[in-house]
Design a protein around this ligand. Structure first.
Ligand code: NAD
Ligand code: DAU
Length: 342
């Protein structure tokens, strides 16, 4: 059995990746290293067999815990992060510690034991793009989507700490020969996503009798990918990616927020106009869009969940059927948003 450490494997995308490994890769034993912050939930992986998955509760900034977990690993796949932009605007400090110091602690341990490292990052490191209608090639011309050559230009405390962590990994590859790859993915959706995030917040609002909340005019565009497609892409990079390379992961899923809220309402049997416009996010990135040609041509990856409406309907069903997973937190999450007029 290969020993794979998955940091943040009790969070949204990390836990979906652990499920993916157990279901698709027979010769792998997974050690999840997760602090179980407000965003981590051991229930996300509790259905998985003990002979395939073990949870170690610990902080990626704690060098002693990290050393113990990494010394026996073949590969570390690093998902753990403070991940929510709005939280980073209220209090950046945990973002500095986890995203920067935590990543530094992990790559030092991987350097010491010569362990293969894959760093999970975000398209937000590149900043934002103009809307398609304001571009000469309408979003398809050269430079009109993010590639691995786009200069870093992060906007928020969250995205700047992710950018910093990417740069640490690149420096460790060049200076110390760390066997690492990086992936920058667009917005994920699917089961187990925390209800502070856009899509699950609106779904659970409707299920709770609360009107969905759209920031500003809602014209901001996100490039949605189902989290299972993110998992298969990451595994392709771990298996076939070239050391030192950066791969962008995306599934051509651009939608503006207004259209997404209206589609959620329609799929849930409500009127498409039954939502509120609320305060915009300070510094709100306008548009993200990924050019994933490199990943598709060099590693042969293709997304499978490309019908956004169907994927959204499945996600709505998951939140309907798993009310006990989110219900207890709902009032507190909404109270926090209300403090910001959101
Ligand atoms: P999440 O907030 O749902 O989960 C984060 C997990 O990390 C939680 O289980 C939490 O307990 C754990 N964690 C936080 N701090 C920790 C620490 N100090 N030590 C150990 N564990 C800690 O996040 P997510 O949305 O699943 O994102 C996972 C990763 O993917 C992040 O690195 C994020 O930047 C990246 N990413 C997210 C998206 C997205 O759309 N959500 C898109 C691209 C990239
Ligand atoms: O692009 C990848 C990034 O996607 C990841 O790196 C982040 O970890 C992840 O949280 C996500 O960041 P966003 O800021 O794009 O996601 P969020 O779900 O917070 O918001 C999506 C869009 O919806 C954004 O334009 C803000 C808007 N929004 C959000 C909330 C919570 C609303 O209009 N209403 C809301 O209630």
């Amino acid at each position: 059995m290969r020993n794979i450490v998955v940091t943040g494997g009790a969070g949204f995308i990390g836990s979906n990746f652990v499920h993916y490994l157990v279901e698709n890769v027979p010769d792998v034993f997974v050690t999840v290293l997760d602090k179980l912050t407000y965003a981590g939930n051991k229930a996300n992986i509790s259905s998985l067999p003990e002979d395939r998955v073990k949870l170690v509760v610990g902080d990626i900034s704690d060098a002693k815990v990290v050393d113990e977990v990494v010394r026996n690993a073949d590969t570390v796949v690093h998902y753990a992060a403070e991940s929510h932009n709005d939280n980073s605007l209220n209090d950046p400090s945990p973002f500095i510690f986890t995203n920067l110091i935590g990543t530094y602690t992990l790559i030092e341990a991987c350097r010491k034991y010569d362990v293969r490292f894959h760093h999970i990052s975000t398209d937000e490191v590149y900043g934002d793009l103009p809307l398609r209608e304001d571009l000469p090639g309408h979003g398809e011309g050269p430079g009109e989507k993010f590639t691995d050559k786009t200069p870093y230009n992060p906007s928020s405390p969250y995205s700047s700490t992710k950018a910093g962590s990417d740069l640490l990994v690149r420096a460790w590859v060049r200076s110390f020969g760390l066997r690492a790859t990086i992936s920058n993915c667009s917005n994920n959706y699917g089961p187990f996503q925390h209800i502070e995030k856009f899509i699950p917040r609106q779904i659970t609002n409707v299920l709770s009798g609360i009107r969905p909340k759209l920031y500003g005019a809602g014209l901001n565009v996100r490039d949605w990918i189902h989290t299972n497609d993110h998992s298969s892409a990451v595994w392709a990079i771990v298996e076939k990616g070239k050391i030192g390379e950066t791969y962008l992961i995306g599934a051509d899923g651009e939608e503006n927020n207004k259209d997404v809220v209206e589609l959620i309402l329609e799929l849930m049997g409500k009127g498409r106009d039954e939502y509120d416009h609320v305060n915009d996010r300070p510094g709100h990135d306008l548009r993200y869009a990924i050019d994933s040609t490199k990943l598709r041509t060099e590693l042969g990856w293709t997304p499978q969940f490309t019908n956004f409406k169907d994927g959204l309907a499945d996600t709505i069903k998951w939140y309907q059927e798993n009310e006990s997973w989110w219900k207890a937190e709902k009032a507190a999450v909404e109270a926090k948003y209300a403090e910001n007029g959101q």
